[in-house]
Ligand binder design. Sequence first.
Ligand SMILES: *Cc1c(COP(=O)(O)O)cnc(C)c1O
Length: 408
Amino acid sequence: MSDHLRFSHPFYAYCKEALEDIEKQGRYRRFTPLSRQSSHYPVYDRKINTQKETPIVAWSANDYLGMGIEPEVMNAAITAIQKYGAGAGGTRNIAGTHPLHEELEAELADLHEKEAGLLFVSGYVSNQASLQTILTSMSGNWIAFSDQQNHNSMIAGIKGAKSADCVIFKHNDLQDLENKLAAAPKDVAKLLVFESVYSMDGDIADIGAICALARKYNALTYLDEVHAVGLYGKEGGGVSQRDGVADQVDIIEGTLAKGFGVHGGYITAKREIIEYLRLAAAGFIFTTSLPPSVVAAALTSVRLVRLQNWRREKLFERIHTFQRKLKEADIPFIETESQIVPVIIGNAELCKEVSQCLLDKYHIYAPPINYPTVPKGTERLRLTPNPYHTDEMMDNMVKALKTLLLKK
Ligand SMILES: *Cc1c(COP(=O)(O)O)cnc(C)c1O
């Protein structure tokens, strides 16, 4: 068959046009391949064509505590690969459950003061699969009340439950949430879906107050603590632990890929909910389980993070130092109590330009965050200082930003 006939399906032409369109709108995403240096985090190596590698300081990683480069964590993975092999070899029900999976699920349940836990291949899948399964149970007679800024994985789960209704409430607006709860029919099951730390603005939900509303209107609560696990509370149990309200939340979801620095997602809840999802969630059942090496590394990481509060203290010392340096230099940023430091640029083109210049001229990596990830006019660099950012790295960043942003 000639290429002309082979590729004559209209989808080929559609893709080409769509790509041109995306390029025209300035929304084409290009990767920046960087290899993390486990001995020098947050330094990454950048290699362009045949040039020598250039060291780059990354400011956008979600491995907030640097657990992914912790020697004990890395060694747990290496040892597990040597003992158990590279992959899991099956789904959880078909030769893919290692004792380590159950150990990690028990550890996470304990962390969040819940009876049981369930691992998923990623945080994304844990949200998508759990929410879709919950909201199609009980004949789909549900209303999900979803925070306006909820992550795409939660929206995907809610939308995937076709018979459930979705009511979006204004971001972190308890009055709006209550109005919408009060207006909803009484005899429909209700689920409140929200996050603790929101990833783009770094603001934090009032979990206790949302749970109080949930009790008043007899709603179930589903909390995404992805950007909080490892970082908040006396053992890194998230904002719900910090605020002493973990037991008021029905389902707490988290990731092993950000604060814990490894990979995978999970939910924790009362045993009957976990068992139901274990038996009913397609996104749990029909996929190969996390490899034992990943589980072993995650388990080691969670145990260290729970015990070692100094990691959280060090992180927040670094964040506060960085915020102080930005302030002294008059660089506009959103000051939050979280680990996320958004530096607002306010224009998509400029944001891209600043980011590219940081990379090429200053060897600093901070990708532009543009529409539709954030509203137009609030384009930004989302900076995440970690315990390994030195004063010197911070000073270089501040100096570069000062030159690029305040030169006019
Ligand atoms: C990153 C993220 C997820 C997905 O977690 P992964 O483990 O990366 O798949 C879920 N929720 C929120 C709020 C996130 O930012």
